[in-house]
Structures are given as C-alpha cells and as structure tokens.
Write a protein that binds this ligand. Structure first.
Ligand code: SAH
Length: 281
C-alpha cells in the first residue's frame, strides 16, 4: 500500500515543539493523517503502553521512548514524563508525544499540555479515535442509536489514587444515562455494578466488555450487570477493556460486522423488536 500523504498543506513539526497526538485504540489504520504526518517528521516519539508498537515503524528515523504506565500502579511519574517532554523540546528536538485513543480523553493529555504551556513550550494537539467510541464500533456497538439513546456518558472506573471513582454521582449517572461507557473499569467492576444496580439499573441490563479493542487480540463478551463479574472471570479477560452498559449492546446482534465478515450471519436483524425498517421515521 502507498502510504505517502496526499498533497495538502501539512503542518511542519518544528524544532522545539511538542505535538500531543492520539494514536487511536490500536489498529494502526485508525491513526489520523495528522498523526502519520507527525510520525514522519519526529526526532523523538514518546509513547504510552496502549500504543501499538507497529505504529512506531512509521517513524524509523526517530528515537522511540517508552513512557508506559498501567492502570492503578503508582504512575511512572506523570510529572517526570511531562518534564521529559519539556526537556526534549528545549534541546531543540521535534517531539511527538503519542498516546492511546484520544489524548484528551482520560489520558492525562490535558495535564501534559498544561505543563508544556507553563514551561513556554509550543504545542499542537492531534485528536485521536477514543477507545470508548472506536473500540465499541469494532465490536459492532454504536454508542448512539436513534432507537436507543439520546445521550451517552463516558466515565472512568478509577480516580487518580487508583480507587473506585468516589467523586462520581453514580445515582445520577444510573438515572440519567441511557448508555454508559466505562474506561478503566475492570479493577473495580464489582463496586461499579453494585453502584449502578443500587441506583435502580436492573440486573438484566445488557453489558458488553471489549478488551484490546481493534487489535488482533480483541475479545468481546456480552453479559448483564448481574453476571458481568463471573463472566469476566470465566472468559479470563484482561485489561485494557471498555465496558458498555445499556441497550446499545443489543445492536450487536445485527451490527457485529467482524463476525459477518467471517461468514457468521447476524443473530437478529431487528434486535430492538421495532418491527419496521431501520430507517423509517
Ligand atoms: N485516551 C484513551 C483512554 C486512556 S485511559 C482513549 O481515548 O481511548 C486507558 C483506558 O482506555 C483503558 O483502561 C481502557 O479502559 C481504555 N482503552 C484504551 N485502549 C483500549 C483498547 N484498545 N481496548 C479496550 N479498552 C481500551
């Protein structure tokens, strides 16, 4: 495949700049063209644990620095990473900071950018496809669907200290959010499901767990709030995982396009039982 960039007025990654860039959820094809343009120009790429290393092959000229940290563990010092970016920029490098998904969605990209700006380093932000949207799409789950939800809530399963997110008003979320997409939810799944069911969500509510979404290791289970913990254990699922709570999960019966591509027919063409063509008003 020809991966030259099409002719366009592409921005130049200049010396002393940091581009903070989303790498998408995994599949390298989900990079943006701005990300590819950045990979082509960088002197140094600092990447997270969730970035697929195959993507680094597209920056063979650059030094690759791993700045990984995984959920809950005492962070490989967020401040150190931010200051390393500052140092690299100040030494005149063209710095590409590559983060999983979208840099501003539960990824501390905002903090890194803030530190850079505070130190007078010029930044550019390149959004990416967040796992909570693109990862679910690969599993055949639309985060919004006219027949299902007019809102969607993205939440994180743990806070800065690695504990279950105390500051979240789970009651309001359970009441007000038709579809809830949970990042970093595996560790505290029992507390999260208890909070949701205590607040009135039924034990039978459909839930999907998608691990390593969009990669060749992607696994998807469909379960319910009542059975999720046991089913995660049974399937031996490991993070990273996106957990989707709500009727949107039912749409997978018709929209599991990856299974269909392998010749497995849809489970149900009308999973919400509307009894009418999908596009009718
Ligand atoms: N900025 C990222 C999120 C970083 S927080 C984004 O926009 O996607 C890290 C969490 O994101 C993980 O714990 C997991 O919940 C989710 N995540 C990221 N990549 C994922 C993937 N490929 N599959 C499933 N979940 C993923």
């Amino acid at each position: 495949m020809d991966t030259r960039l099409p002719s366009y007025d592409w921005p130049e990654l200049e010396k002393g700049w940091v581009w903070l860039c989303g790498a998408g959820p995994g599949d390298p094809g989900l990079l943006t063209l701005h990300a590819l343009n950045a990979l082509r120009q960088a002197d140094v790429v600092i990447y997270d644990a969730l970035v697929q290393v195959a993507i680094l092959d597209w920056a063979p000229q650059a030094e690759h620095i791993y700045a990984g940290k995984r959920g809950g563990k005492p962070s490989a010092k967020q401040r150190d990473i931010s200051l390393q970016l500052v140092d690299l920029a100040k030494t005149g490098k063209r710095v590409l900071r590559l983060k999983g998904g979208d840099p501003f969605v539960f990824g501390r990209g905002g903090e890194e950018a803030q530190t850079l700006v505070q130190h007078g380093v010029p930044v550019r932000i390149i959004p990416g496809i967040s796992a909570g949207i693109g990862g679910l799409a690969y599993a055949g789950i639309p985060v919004t669907h006219r027949d299902v939800n007019q809102s969607v809530t993205f939440v994180t399963g743990h806070d800065q200290s690695g504990n279950a997110t105390q500051s979240l008003d789970w009651h309001s979320i359970a009441k007000g959010s038709q579809v809830i997409v949970i990042y970093m939810g595996m560790k505290h799944i029992s507390q999260i499901t208890a909070s949701l069911t205590d607040a009135g969500r039924p034990l039978s509510e459909p839930v999907a767990v998608v691990t390593s979404a969009t990669t060749k290791d992607q696994q998807v289970i469909e379960t319910t709030l009542g059975t999720i913990e046991a089913d995660i254990a049974k399937a031996g699922l490991e993070p990273p995982a996106i957990i989707c709570v709500g009727k949107a999960v039912r749409m997978r019966d018709v929209l599991n396009w990856q299974a269909q591509a392998e010749g497995i027919p849809p489970v149900n063409l009308d999973p919400l039982g509307r009894g009418r063509p999908a596009e009718s008003a």
